[in-house]
Design a protein around this ligand. Structure first.
Ligand SMILES: CC(C)(COP(=O)(O)OP(=O)(O)OC[C@H]1O[C@@H](n2cnc3c(N)ncnc32)[C@H](O)[C@@H]1OP(=O)(O)O)[C@@H](O)C(=O)NCCC(=O)NCCS
Length: 163
């Protein structure tokens, strides 16, 4: 849903849900990234994954990465992404990272609007990914300040828990 109209339908339609779920379980088990879920009364609303910055040119710098924030579409625009993003930044800052970076598809206007509202700006880096067709991704970056308060939101999750 998030990438419909951006990534080719043929690629999205070919994705195997069970296989993706299995890969996700495997990646959780490796412990390379850290995943947090936003939970409401009806269960999981979305998740955030943070980790070390995977860009070789930033290796050794105090830069952490937001690997992704994904919410079920029915929960978009209720302030939950903001809550998860702030939590990720707090966790990275608590590990002494002074900056956060993240990658989004150039054409993902919703995500770009979101991250810009969260205070991120493009830092000039780009790369081409190939989810069924070559797509440009661009990097955003933000200086972290310690322990930014999480904004309360209408219908906000009742808990953010680590998996
Ligand atoms: C991007 C995403 C994480 C945003 O989460 P969200 O909970 O919907 O965002 P919030 O409600 O916290 O929005 C916070 C602010 O971001 C901005 N924003 C959010 N969605 C936006 C959109 N579609 N267009 C422009 N600005 C947007 C707004 O300024 C918003 O504040 P407002 O609602 O008071 O105007 C969510 O829409 C999502 O999961 N999208 C699909 C997956 C994806 O593309 N993830 C990013 C790649 S990792």
């Amino acid at each position: 849903m998030a990438y419909r109209g951006l990534v080719p339908d043929s690629y999205l339609d070919s994705l195997d849900f069970d296989l993706r779920a299995e890969r996700f379980r495997e990646s959780l088990a490796t412990g390379k990234g850290e995943t947090y879920v936003a939970e409401g009364d009806q269960g999981v609303l979305g998740f955030l994954t943070i980790g070390v910055c995977r860009d070789p040119e930033l290796a050794g710098e105090p830069v952490g990465e937001i690997w992704g924030i994904y919410l079920a579409p029915r929960h978009w625009r209720r302030g939950i992404g903001r809550l998860l993003c702030r939590r990720g930044e707090e966790m990275l800052a608590s590990r002494h990272y002074t900056q956060a970076v993240l990658w989004v598809f150039d054409g993902n206007q919703a995500a770009r609007g979101f991250y810009e509202a969260m205070g991120y700006g493009t830092d000039g880096a780009s790369k081409v990914l190939n989810p069924g067709a070559p797509l440009k991704a661009i990097r955003y970056r933000k200086r972290l300040t310690s322990a930014e308060p999480s904004a309360p939101a209408i219908g906000a999750p009742t808990a953010v828990a680590e998996l």
